[in-house]
Design a protein around this ligand. Structure first.
Ligand code: DGL
Length: 273
């Protein structure tokens, strides 16, 4: 039986942020083999056209599926989940490999929110993610009682990427105070980068709202998915391996990987176009 287990779990993000999700997946399910791909050459995706984000995402998925035997890929990036996921599922997979799966982060995040009883749900995310209204559309399918209050927070990714910590609290306060005043019970951090500042958001909101962070949501949701889908679970190899690829292995990416994951990992360059 075990020698049939040859396939890996791929995790794709536009850059570094998805490593927080990958790290949390490994902590909850350390036996599986993971391949992480950060498209560091093209980050940020947030300001790109729909067509560009789709093409970048499809190329990344091909790399994980065709070069690295990933039968299951998690798109950790909200921006790519919003713009590319449904086309990848409905067209790319159907055409190329209908027994493989691509999962996003939006539906599991909203399911987790409603399971916790949230109804007045704030969302901070890139302009693209908020304006797409996908969170609003998906919540309507899950619960008629829940509402999304979206707030684009475009300054956060550059502040996180370029070490702008000292300005962070002020910017967060300006974004969050008016949003919380709308009567939120929960706040979704709808961008992988924001996992890095979740404690700060919890402090600034003074625990008045439940802060929903995808590194805490996605791992148990994936575990549930695998329990419900033995046809996928039985294919997955279990050697406890974790490989990291990036389209640009820059010194700052290496530094961040070391900070997040320790010194055991040597990120490799992902060559594809
Ligand atoms: N990883 C992206 C997301 O989760 C944010 C960064 C970007 O714009 O590429 O939305």
């Amino acid at each position: 039986m075990d020698n049939l287990r040859r396939k890996k779990i791929g995790i794709f993000d536009s850059g570094l942020g998805g490593l927080y999700v990958a790290r949390a997946l490994r902590i909850l399910m350390p036996d599986y083999d993971y391949v992480y791909l950060g498209d560091t050459l093209n980050v940020p995706y947030g300001g790109r056209s729909l067509e560009a984000i789709y093409n970048l995402s499809e190329a990344a998925i091909r790399f994980l599926m065709e070069q690295h035997d990933c039968d299951l890929v998690i798109i950790a990036c909200n921006t790519a989940s919003v713009t590319a996921l449904s086309k990848l599922q409905q067209e790319f997979l159907v055409r190329n490999c209908s027994d493989r799966r691509i999962l996003g982060v939006i539906v599991p995040t909203l399911e987790a929110a409603t399971e916790l009883g949230s109804t007045q749900i704030g969302l901070i995310a890139t302009e693209y993610t908020v304006r797409s209204k996908i969170y609003d559309e998906e919540i309507a399918k899950i619960s008629p009682y829940a509402h999304i209050f979206g707030q684009p927070t475009p300054l956060l990714v550059p502040l996180i990427e370029y070490h702008g910590e000292k300005y962070m609290d002020q910017v967060l306060k300006d974004y969050l105070e008016p949003l919380i005043e709308k009567g939120l019970d929960s706040l979704i951090l709808g961008c992988t980068h924001y996992i890095a500042i979740k404690d700060r958001v919890r402090d600034i909101t003074n625990h008045r709202v439940r802060v929903l962070s995808q590194d805490e949501i996605i791992p148990p949701k994936l575990r549930d998915y695998l329990m419900r889908h033995p046809e996928m679970e039985e294919r997955l190899s279990k050697n406890g391996q974790f490989e990291i690829y990036a389209t640009d292995v820059s010194p700052s990416f290496l530094k961040n990987v070391e900070k997040l994951m320790g010194t055991d990992f040597k990120p490799k360059k992902a060559d594809y176009s």
